[in-house]
Design a protein around this ligand. Sequence first.
Ligand code: HXC
Length: 261
Amino acid sequence: MTDSVFKNDIFKGKVAFVTGGGSGICYGITKMLGEHGCRTVILGRRKANIEKAAAELTKSTGQKCLGIPADVRQLETLEAAVKQTVAEFGRIDFVVAGAAGNFLAPIDGLSSNAFRTVLEIDTIGTYNTFKATIPELLKTKGAFQAISATLHYKGHPLQAHVSAAKAGVDALVRVIAVEYGPRGIRANCIAPGPIAGTEGMDRLMPKEYLDAHLKQIPLQRYGRIDEIASASTYLFSPAATYVTGTTLVVDGADYHMSGSH
Ligand code: HXC
């Protein structure tokens, strides 16, 4: 257990279901939830990777983490994973829809299928994740989080597909909050800014761009994965029981300055 500003056992007895939890930001979120007593399930497309990540998380947090192969584009794989989660842990309290696809491409370099693929992973994948977990979230009066972005707040070149997809995620989460609030479910988005050690930064951003961009970030540094995990922990915690239908931007005021990552 690392030092934490949250109580160590804040999520004792709870169960989290995290798509995209095998790496990056959602791995960090899962780890922090586990460190605070939550049992977790992570989902990803590659069986070997997701099982390896789950074994690491079990070891590092001391709470059981189950790795289940699933593709968020296929609702039935998520429904099967929900069944497996309930068989193993008995419940689902928290859901994170974090699986995302991305590559840099100009609009005329995108096929319809390429554009559709990112919408299917990000937007429809978020819908499918919520849809598959609704029955369990209703039982526990649980909470849902989607991982969004800030790049669609302004026009961001080479990211038409992702911008459209994340705008859809934001809109979907607002509707979930309104439709399911009366039934006890909260739903929020987290919009990470430039976070070091993620695919979005390491694979998609050229080093020259990153060097120049760093000076424009008001906090003068990139964010850390644990800072996004803290935001997620807060939103799931009893400190946020009246927070729903919102997007928590965690970006060092980056988008106010440049509107880009
Ligand atoms: C143009 C591309 C392309 C590229 C794929 N396609 N890469 N088009 N430029 N660089 C096209 C393919 O040609 C194909 O279209 C269509 O997209 C589907 O590709 P497939 O490889 O068949 O699909 P699939 O195997 O399902 O993979 C989809 C994928 C995914 C989106 C490429 O594997 C992926 O994104 N992986 C990376 C995951 C990732 O980095 N996640 C973190 C995202 S960070 P055609 O027409 O040829 O069939 C993030 C934060 C945002 O989201 C903020 C940071 C900037």
